[in-house]
Design a protein around this ligand. Structure first.
Ligand code: SF4
Ligand code: SF4
Length: 402
């Protein structure tokens, strides 16, 4: 079967009714294939797997639960205002329940959720942090504790997909002082002794292509993707942003942006000095990109804030506590694949980096990938003496080393 033959009339009609062309749909299948490590040869299979849902409804049902969040992950998926392939595809996946997206409401849709749970065999997507505060009363939905809703729905699911950083480790909801006791889904289920496998898809918001790729991976191969130690799919989160960043050449050349609005920024130089967390953040954002592949953070000029950093079982490991303040740089950095080099080569490379970056005023002391919770660089002595010209004049007193 060729890519020209993969869309059956029922699917074609559904796509056209929503303003999505067959070409867009096949392009989307190509992105999904790349996310799960398959070549373009798999596009017809992916399209066919999705097509079955359009014509027979045999695909695994999906429940999407909303907990404490800004609904940004739903927005990321829905991408209001443009014909969006991911939205259509999720319809094909038999989305039986979603507080935000379901057309129905009230008892009928709650019954549909309950019927799905009782039947089993569904994938449970959870958006938002689980709120354990005040004995679970920090979040109540329709007179039920959010904690009870999550525990009930997770029991019978074939897999739970923690969708977005809040669901993974509490995200911004769990940032200090975290008065409402926000935790990630995996930590919560573990505390309740619920062993349903969890796939973590951090980022704020989640990339819709990641969701679809996990679901399609499960449908095509009958198994969940290989996961790293944080429960994230290796094929999506196996490399740093820095590894695939188009500004990487400027980093290597020591061409940096020190101020927004500068000539260096206009030239598209590396954003590391203004807080880019790309060197220590793992995800394929530069490859899959966002908004139907239109762009991504660094490409449109914003430093990576490290929103896909995750530590599901460690309190305080959320991306906000680890990476704020977002426009300050970490003290140390290591360059992607060099971590695999022999130690002597690594030392030479590290020494070279120290010399090169110190020459640019970084004050780095060694090269090494930044662990979660690494210190941020204090203000340079020069900045303290020249507050009118400093990179971050408002923070000098707080962070200065005088
Ligand atoms: S530090 Fe950021 S902007 Fe610079 S090359 Fe790495 S990922 Fe790109
Ligand atoms: S580039 Fe960084 S801040 Fe942007 S979505 Fe990816 S991980 Fe998050």
């Amino acid at each position: 079967m060729t890519t020209h033959e993969v869309t059956a009339p029922a699917l074609t009609n559904m796509l056209e009714a929503r303003g999505v062309t067959r070409r867009q749909f096949l392009k989307f299948c190509g992105v999904v294939a790349a996310s799960i490590g398959l070549t373009e040869a798999a596009i017809p299979d992916i399209a066919r797997a999705l097509e079955i849902g359009a014509t027979s409804g045999k695909l695994a049902p999906v429940i999407w639960l909303e907990q404490s969040s800004c609904t940004g992950c739903t927005e990321s998926l829905a991408q209001v205002g443009s014909p969006d392939v991911a939205t259509v595809v999720l319809e094909l996946l038999s989305l039986n329940y979603s507080e935000t997206l379901s057309a129905g409401a009230g008892h009928s849709v709650e019954q549909a959720k309950e019927d799905t749970i009782n039947a089993g065999g569904y994938i449970l997507l959870i958006e938002g942090a689980v709120m354990e505060g005040w004995d679970g009363n920090a979040l109540r939905i329709a007179e039920e504790k959010g904690t009870d809703i999550v525990a009930h729905a997770a029991q019978n699911a074939v897999a739970v997909v923690a969708t977005g950083s809040c669901a993974v480790d509490g995200g911004f909801c769990a940032a200090k002082p975290n008065p409402a006791g926000a935790v990630g889904v995996q930590a919560f289920l573990k505390s309740r002794g619920i062993n349903t496998p969890v796939v973590n898809l951090p980022a704020c918001p989640v990339n819709p292509e990641w969701i679809i790729s996990v679901v399609v991976d499960y449908l095509l191969l009958g198994k969940l993707p290989d996961l790293d130690k944080y429960g994230r799919p290796v094929l999506i989160f196996g490399q740093t942003i820095h590894d695939n960043c188009p500004r990487r050449g400027h980093f290597e050349n020591g061409e940096f942006v020190y101020r927004f609005g500068s000539e260096e920024e206009a030239k598209g130089y590396c954003l590391y000095p203004v807080g880019c967390k790309g060197p220590q953040t793992y995800s394929n954002c530069p490859i899959v990109r966002w908004n139907d592949g239109a762009s991504w953070c660094v490409e449109y000029g914003a430093p990576c804030a490290g929103c896909s950093c995750a530590n599901p079982l460690k309190a305080g490991g959320n991306w906000v506590d680890v990476n704020a303040p977002f426009q300050k740089r970490h003290r140390v950095v290591k360059i992607g694949s060099w971590i695999t080099q022999p130690s002597t080569i690594g030392a030479i490379v590290g020494g070279f980096m120290v010399v090169a970056l110190t020459a640019h005023g970084f004050g780095m002391k060694l090269a090494g990938r930044v662990p979660s919770g690494a210190e941020f660089e204090k203000a340079r002595a020069w900045d303290v003496k020249h507050p009118d010209k400093a990179l971050f004049p408002k923070t000098l007193k707080k962070d200065g080393d005088e």
